[in-house]
Write a protein that binds this ligand. Structure first.
Ligand SMILES: [Zn+2]
Length: 59
């Protein structure tokens, strides 16, 4: 079972690709390759940008 790396929830996870998942709770997409998880923000126009923690966001 896949858990969302952002909200630590597994009930709102949808699979969108081979190793790609989407969380309906936080609207993020994440990719799992072995031990490595990459998180993306989904922009309103559908593009993916790398997810940044609010604290790491300079703006
Ligand atoms: Zn989530």
């Amino acid at each position: 079972m896949t858990t969302c790396p952002v909200c630590d929830n597994k009930r709102a996870i949808g699979k969108v690709g081979t190793e790609q998942y989407f969380c309906w709770d936080c609207c993020v997409e994440f990719m799992i390759r072995g031990e490595e998880t990459t998180i993306f923000n989904v922009q309103p126009d559908g593009t993916l940008t790398l997810y940044l923690e609010p604290m790491e966001n300079i703006r």
